[in-house]
Design a protein around this ligand. Structure first.
Ligand code: AMP
Length: 194
């Protein structure tokens, strides 16, 4: 693994511990000799993690659409900043540059990005790890909803298990490094039944 894509809030969140977690995850990436790939902004937890990675002597690569350069304040102190035409180019480039995906706390944008790569893993479009840093139980409601989708027969346990979860940055990075994708794709059991 060379680079980890981090999705996180363009806001700081209600508690200082979210900023602390973004900093800790940034330092853990640098300690593991991994580059940060992220949305390229200076605002919210996005800016916090990028600043921490750069301050710790690491490598931060931003990918930002033209329209958001002003709104999310394109970061001018990164190792690389790619300005792309739109959101679709952003997400594709972030995915191509990364060997794993991690969501820190965030809002709808963070969840959308997380679910896109999670569902791509389920469909077999990529075989990279997808994870959440579950700081202060932030992702407990989401994990419980996903468990409910398994219980109610809408998702296989193997696809629930794709999602790597930890409260500790270094432990989560270790899980990314050990990750083995499921052997069968989402449609295997359906093909067997037809
Ligand atoms: P949020 O979690 O809503 O603060 O958003 C975090 C990041 O997700 C910001 O950089 C947003 O620009 C980005 N974002 C929001 N919606 C999308 C989307 N549909 N595709 C890709 N990125 C998005």
């Amino acid at each position: 693994m060379k680079a980890v894509c981090v999705y996180c809030g363009s806001s700081n969140g209600a508690k200082p511990l979210y900023r602390d977690a973004a900093k800790a995850f940034g330092r853990a990436l640098v300690a593991a000799n991994l580059s940060l790939v992220y949305g390229g902004g200076k605002v919210g937890l996005m800016g916090v993690i990028a600043d921490e990675v750069m301050a710790a002597g690491g490598r931060a690569i931003g990918v930002i659409p033209e329209l958001l350069v002003d709104k999310e304040v394109g970061h001018d102190g990164l190792s690389e900043l790619h300005v792309v035409p739109d959101m679709h180019h952003r997400k594709k480039m972030m995915a191509n540059l990364s060997d794993a995906f991690v969501a820190l706390p965030g809002g709808a944008g963070t969840l959308e990005e997380l679910f896109e790569v999670y569902t791509w893993a389920q469909l077999g479009y990529h075989h990279k790890a997808v994870a959440v840093l579950n700081i202060d139980g932030f992702y407990d409601p989401l994990i419980s909803l996903l468990g409910h989708t398994v219980q109610e027969g809408f998702m296989r346990q193997a696809y629930f298990d794709i999602l790597q979860i930890d409260t500790d940055p270094a432990a989560l990075i270790a899980k990314l490094q050990r990750y083995q994708p499921p052997v069968a794709d989402k449609w295997a059991d359906r093909r067997e039944r037809v």
